[in-house]
Ligand binder design. Structure first.
Ligand code: NAG
Ligand code: NAG
Ligand code: NAG
Ligand code: NAG
Ligand code: NAG
Ligand code: NAG
Ligand code: NAG
Ligand code: NAG
Ligand code: NAG
Length: 607
């Protein structure tokens, strides 16, 4: 599939990369040998498909262009907290020809201030020159407004530049000042994508309209790396395949019309996500574009705080039957097979390695909180200190790991075949390259310092969100590694709750002390626990926002462990957390109808 388009493409991509590759750091010692543009569709492996498209795979851009043939456009706008203000991130297919700007003010009709920022880009595959202007992002603009008053509504607008249309006048509300005693509600969600997540999106949007403070998405964001699902053969253990036989839609029937009234273009097989297939783009970057544009109604209104999950690491995680993906990415052969799975770090296009996309498409307050980028950071909001951690890289035996773990003997860098497709990081320092020692990691050292600084008289609550759980009835070895890295620190500093996802279900655990001991004294009743700072924490696995891979289920012969208080393997949705000075109430909101699937109240124990 190396054709003329491919050659043109690479030329364009290299030119685009030249001005700035500031946040992309990938190794290129071995050549990429796959197709110029990997497309997960054997029937029509071209960038724009067969041209008929799927209605669901076109999402309105954040700004509606004023002409029918725009040459540039603001397709995504996404807010995030910075101390004392707001970060406004926006995306366009082409450069702006000037530093990015945001006009703002406290009155809708008087945006008399201008904030100026900076832009980044990376050589994405394919470049936006090959895609519709309103469906593609390649330039990423970062503008901050600081020195704002807490808990105050501000209005903002992105001015036109180099062909873009000026945005509507939008608004946000700044965070409550640390120590402000008033109550507020946040949304916590994990493992979303845009397939099976219709209900989550709808009720999250309603919550954003109803005064939600912010949304906190614990990784596995767009499921972009499932672009190749449609070219893997079906297997019992993997419903995501070109027959899509066991994927499920939100809440079961009746299905939203948009899933059903979208006939497949002639010749296409139903591939993923629904009975009609075609619910997922066959291009990695398009999945990102679609998900971000779909979420604009939320991310333009409330800060959308993200952290890394395994689906953000690279273009793929593993191969399927007959090693179809190895044949495609390593050998540039479609419809083929390879004798063994030989995916490695160099199998993905350069721009699809080492969390590159994740680092460009969001901008979290890592630097402002002494952390690192979008990987680990913290922020205060009124009564609570919120901490995002990276459970994918940057701790001992992390699920994705740095080259230093691949090397043998006296090597300083791994050979091609010693690498893995998801090799990533480190994003922080590892003292002495001692990757087996948690305390050598910058992330660990930062977390200890960050938690030690918390003033509990101002922020009595501490909540931490990481992608992977420490405990679950679905046991796995990574859980022990996450515990070894972080559990003792979190208990020592009296963290109230640890939220995670990764497992695609809702599972609420009892308050747990070190090594999974159940703190029975802190259980008031089935839906009420006392906090027990320094002794136990509540754990919730909240991985049911949606996503193409459907629900996780416990095998018939696997027991529900006694640490598990509630297990829901059926409903999609997200959770809301309402925080007051004496209680924190967690409620699972079902995507099917917005009803409450589980409720837990945490009470501050009087000391
Ligand atoms: C793959 O095989 C199918 C069926 O034989 C054929 O229709 C299609 O053109 C092939 N695709 C490619 C990219 O070779
Ligand atoms: C302005 O937009 C055009 C596409 O409409 C693009 O080709 C050009 O590079 C952009 N200019 C700058 C300075 O980025
Ligand atoms: C898809 O599913 C149908 C019906 O279950 C089956 O007949 C067919 O062989 C499957 N095709 C592939 C390529 O797995
Ligand atoms: C692997 O390829 C063989 C030979 O083409 C085929 O018979 C078999 O069904 C394939 N297996 C899978 C899991 O697709
Ligand atoms: C590294 O070790 C190999 C044997 O394991 C040896 O042949 C080679 O000379 C060593 N290289 C260096 C630079 O020490
Ligand atoms: C990933 O990027 C980081 C910097 O952001 C760099 O330190 C690290 O070496 C890179 N790792 C790999 C495996 O590319
Ligand atoms: C937890 O378990 C580990 C390994 O089983 C053990 O080494 C450690 O002492 C235990 N810690 C506590 C506090 O019980
Ligand atoms: C508490 O939960 C247990 C187990 O799910 C159940 O058997 C019991 O009836 C519940 N108690 C109350 C008061 O709801
Ligand atoms: C829970 O089960 C573990 C063994 O898996 C056991 O050691 C522990 O005592 C049980 N805890 C309670 C409170 O039943």
């Amino acid at each position: 599939m190396k054709n003329t388009i491919g050659a043109v493409l690479f030329g364009t991509a290299l030119v685009a990369a030249a001005p700035s590759a500031s946040r992309r750091d990938v190794d290129t010692r071995f050549p990429y040998t796959g197709p110029a543009i990997p497309v997960g569709d054997w029937v029509d492996p071209t960038v724009n498909g067969n041209g008929k498209g799927f209605p669901r795979l076109v999402e309105a851009p954040a700004v509606k262009p004023k002409t029918s043939n725009p040459t540039n456009n603001v397709n995504v706008i996404s807010l995030a907290y910075v101390p004392g203000g707001m970060h406004i991130h926006y995306q366009t297919p082409f450069g702006l020809g000037a530093a990015p700007q945001v006009q703002w003010g406290t009155h809708q009709d008087n945006l008399n201030n201008i904030a100026v920022g900076q832009s980044n880009t990376y050589a994405r595959t394919p470049p936006c020159s090959l895609a519709p202007v309103t469906q593609c992002s390649e330039h990423f603009h970062e503008v901050q407004i600081t020195g704002l008053k807490p808990n105050t509504k501000y209005w903002y607008r992105i001015p036109a530049a180099n062909g873009t249309t000026e945005s509507q006048t939008l608004s946000f509300r700044t965070a409550h000042a640390p120590g402000d005693r008033s109550e507020f509600t946040v949304a916590v969600l994990n493992d979303m994508g845009y397939t099976n997540a219709h209900g989550t999106h709808k009720y999250l949007g309603n919550a954003a309209d109803d005064g939600l403070a912010f949304a906190w998405h614990g990784g596995d964001i767009s499921y972009a790396d499932d672009w190749y699902s449609g070219i893997l053969p079906c297997e019992d253990s993997w419903p995501v395949c070109y027959n899509g036989s066991s994927t499920r839609l939100p809440g079961g029937p009746p299905y939203p019309a948009e899933y059903l009234n979208a006939p497949l273009p002639a010749g296409e097989v139903p591939n993923q996500g629904g009975p009609q297939g075609g619910d997922m783009s066959v291009l990695y970057e398009s999945n990102w574009d679609l998900w971000q544009q779909w979420m604009s109604d939320i991310t333009t209104k409330v800060p959308y705080m993200v952290l890394p999950g395994n689906h953000e690491a690279a273009c793929a995680e593993f191969d399927g039957g007959n090693n179809t993906l190895t044949a495609y990415l390593n050998n540039d052969k479609a419809n083929s097979s390879a004798p063994k799975s030989a995916l490695n770090y160099y199998s993905c296009p350069e721009s699809q390695r080492n969390f590159t996309t994740f680092q460009h498409r969001f901008r979290m307050p890592g630097v402002e909180s002494g952390g690192v980028g979008n990987f680990w950071y913290s922020f205060d909001y009124g009564l609570a200190h919120f901490v995002s951690i990276d459970t994918e890289t940057d701790f001992a035996y992390s699920p994705e790991w740095p080259f230093v773990r691949d090397i043998k003997g006296n090597e300083t860098l791994p050979t091609e075949s010693q690498t893995f497709i998801t090799d990533s990081g480190p994003f922080g320092r590892i003292d002495g390259n001692n990757w087996k020692d948690n305390k050598a990691y910058e992330q660990y050292q930062w977390l200890a310092k960050d938690l030690a600084k918390v003033d509990r008289t101002k922020t009595p609550w501490i909540f931490i969100n990481g992608h992977r759980p420490m405990y679950s009835s679905q046991t796995a070895s990574y859980q022990g590694n996450v515990r070894n890295a972080f559990e003792a620190l979190m208990l020592e500093y009296g963290v109230d709750a640890y939220f995670a996802g990764h497992i695609h279900w809702y599972e609420r655990l009892f308050p747990l002390g070190r090594n999974g001991t159940i703190d029975t004294a802190s259980i008031k009743d089935n839906n009420t626990y006392y906090t027990n700072e320094g002794k136990s924490m509540v754990h919730v696995i909240n991985g049911m926002a949606g996503n193409i891979e459907s629900h996780s289920t416990l095998d018939a012969d696997q027991p529900v462990l006694n640490i598990t208080a509630v297990l829901n393997q059926r409903d999609y949705g997200f959770s809301k957390l309402k925080i007051t000075s004496t209680s924190a109430t967690w409620s699972f909101t079902k995507g099917a109808d917005g009803s409450v699937g589980d409720k837990l109240t945490l009470l501050k124990r009087n000391k």
